[in-house]
Design a protein around this ligand. Sequence first.
Ligand SMILES: *Cc1c(COP(=O)(O)O)cnc(C)c1O
Length: 381
Amino acid sequence: MSAVASGLDRLLPAYARADLELVRGEGVHVWDADGRSYLDFGGGIAVVALGHCHPVPLAAAQVQLETLWHASNLYRTQPAERLAALLSERFGGAQAFFCNSGAEAVEAALKYARKATGRPGVVALEGSFHGRTLGALSATGQPAKREAFEPLVPGVRFVAPNDVGALRAAADETVGLVLLEPILGEGGVLPLEPAFVAAAAELDALLCLDEIQAGVGRTGSFFAFEQLGVTPDLVTLAKALANGLPIGSLLVSDDAAGAFVPGDHGSTFGGNPVSCAAACAVVEAVDDELLANVREQGAALAAGLAELTGVHEVRGRGLLLGAVVGSPAGDVVAECRARGLLVLSAGDDVVRLAPPLVIGPDEVAEALATLASVLADRISC
Ligand SMILES: *Cc1c(COP(=O)(O)O)cnc(C)c1O
């Protein structure tokens, strides 16, 4: 690599980045600078739901790029209105605020709950992840990510996932928002129990489900909450919503509508026409057939993982799966990468799989074979 070309040391070192330069993606594969291909079971961290460079959102974005990139929220644009209508239909009656990332969607939820209830308190979960901005970080239950940035926004209390007693005890009269990931993604792919989420819905506070990772079809239903028997007041979406173009969204149920008035919140790029055009294509592509594929391939992948030597437990739903391995997950991730398979970790000992939702039996078999060989070699040495 030439000295001029590499700007690696000119990037702030905020990430523990692998020394792998990706240059191209198509479907369930990505290619590095040497032309080597990788089966992508990380999906750019649960983002590339339809596969890389999927022609349908690509065409939608391209048409919009050639028409109007940006308008600002001073004016109406069709892609944002259309996306809001599509999401409302999926939700069963909701209004959308559009922004550019997951953390921004969580910020919108925090502000919405304060305005709607007048109560600043938040209940969130130990081990949760809601983003890196100060508000979202304040509600992220991982001390190591928070410590260097204290003091954070006050009023947040954390309870253990699935502990109904602790949840009820924490939700006093100061609490206006309960913020939950239906499946804790970064926190080890830990699904919440329906009874816990039902108890959260009964509290005298708004319930926000952070579906930034679990939403948009990943668990086998468009929203993960559809499988939990609750309808939340608020939902945050981002990651997969535009298949990789930047977008985030707060959905507010019609039952919780009315708190924001003009001037309360905003984002210059929010509702960007190109991102929204791609997102409309994604939402339409996540149809019954694709959701059935997620459930089918997810079940096959989970069953295959459970049979691997070195996998102690398999958690998750649909194509958001975690395999608890008896060795550092980061080492397994690195060894899989060396053998042409991209996967993620979640915490110290969980290998996380979040492949494109379009995978089929061949990709499931290939990923399982690579993981099996990596885990077998680790045990034998
Ligand atoms: C990724 C993630 C976020 C943060 O999204 P960014 O786009 O990185 O800001 C928030 N919540 C959950 C559940 C996530 O998985």
